[in-house]
Design a protein around this ligand. Structure first.
Ligand code: ATP
Ligand code: LTN
Length: 334
């Protein structure tokens, strides 16, 4: 708790262009929940280097991502939006938690298995202990709730296990966090292969809608979206492409799944795809406009980066000192 408010933490990697999946699965919910909680939204650049990055590119993407958080509707004066690398407590706590995490647990992580298969030439120890750093992110702020997409549930589980294990030995040190998964939009699928999640690291640009895509591009990508030959707009597992488009339309328009199906019953796929494109563009264009405004206001963004890093550091240090004491590190001589 901070000032009687529960704490919310979440983060995203600056590894590529943010997709509609990231927005609907995570960022959009962050905005909805922001008022209710004391919030920390991090650009998790330490996580990003588990996969090789070009330094100049990483720096640019990380700044763009930070500006996108703000452009999406998070007020940086109320929400602590900051770079993970500006708060050394993340790495320090991660080290300690590494000593409370088992190889067997990490070996079971599906994200690790997927990424290791994708980057067979660079299966580094950071990739393996990625979930421990994520646990440190969350536990450092005594977080109550973590809004994420469905793919991150396993990482939340291991975070809870590590926290409970630590608490069992040293007493009530960490708050045990709960995941928050939205009912719709928690898993947006690729437009080119609706059996696969939409991912910013997909090589095929037509598989994803990027948050910065212009309206024509958005509509063109939806027109090309892979569907089926049943010519029937219905919400079921046999029609994953159409199901995905219904999900997207429903979250972006605020209408329920049932109302969406009713609205398009009997209509052709072409008309439906166009309507999905329109509603998505209506959501994204205002975000893009705000983003371009912030791009011009370097001094404002810089001041946000500085102030929020200080705020995050303050809370991080509080937890870190407690943990260091518990495990038996000597007090610093001041
Ligand atoms: P990468 O492709 O590089 O692994 P990613 O697109 O999966 O990246 P992350 O940075 O790992 O994105 O995730 C950021 C947030 O977006 C997480 O909360 C994640 O659960 C959510 N998310 C990612 N992809 C989707 C998706 N297709 N649908 C819903 N939520 C998603
Ligand atoms: N692994 C997450 C990003 C992430 C995160 C976090 C999310 C790193 N640390 C802490 C929530 C809380 C992902 O989305 N791939």
């Amino acid at each position: 708790m901070i000032d009687d408010k529960k704490v919310l933490f979440s983060g995203m990697q600056a590894t590529g262009n943010i997709t509609l999946g990231n927005y609907l699965g995570a960022l959009k919910n962050w905005v909805t929940l922001a008022d209710e909680y004391e919030t920390f939204y991090s650009v998790v650049d330490l996580h990003s280097i588990t996969v090789r990055q070009d330094p100049a590119e990483l720096r640019k993407r990380a700044r763009n991502l930070l500006m996108l958080y703000i452009a999406a509707g998070l007020d940086p004066k109320k929400n602590c939006i900051y770079y993970q690398s500006h708060v050394s407590g993340h790495a320090e706590l991660a080290w300690i938690l590494n000593c409370f995490t088992y190889m067997g647990e990490l070996n079971r992580m599906t994200q690790y298995k997927d990424k290791a298969a994708k980057h067979a030439d660079n299966i580094n120890a950071g990739l393996f202990t990625y979930p421990v750093l994520m646990a440190a992110d969350i536990l450092l702020y005594q977080t109550d709730v973590v809004p994420v997409g469905k793919d991150q549930l396993q990482h939340l589980e291991i975070t809870r296990d590590i926290a409970q294990r630590f608490n069992a030995i040293y007493g009530d040190v960490f708050t045990i966090p709960e995941p928050y998964i939205a009912k719709t939009g928690a898993k947006i699928m690729s437009l080119q292969d609706p059996e696969k999640k939409m991912s910013k690291s997909d090589e095929n640009p037509n598989a994803s809608i990027y948050l910065m895509d212009d309206k024509d591009t958005i509509i063109r990508k939806f027109k090309r979206a892979v569907t089926d030959s049943l010519a029937n707009i219905a919400y079921n597992e046999e029609q994953p492409g159409i199901k995905n488009l219904i999900d997207i339309y429903s979250v972006c328009s605020g209408k329920s799944i049932e109302d969406t199906v009713k609205e398009f019953e009997g209509k052709g796929y072409g008309d439906f795809k166009l309507a999905v494109g329109e509603v998505v563009a209506d959501k994204l264009v205002p975000i893009q406009e705000r983003f371009h405004e912030y791009e011009k206001d370097k001094a404002f963004i810089d001041s946000i980066i500085k102030e929020n890093a200080e705020k995050a550091n303050y809370y991080a240090q509080k937890t870190l000192r407690k943990v260091q004491k518990k495990v038996g590190f000597p007090d610093k001589i001041r």
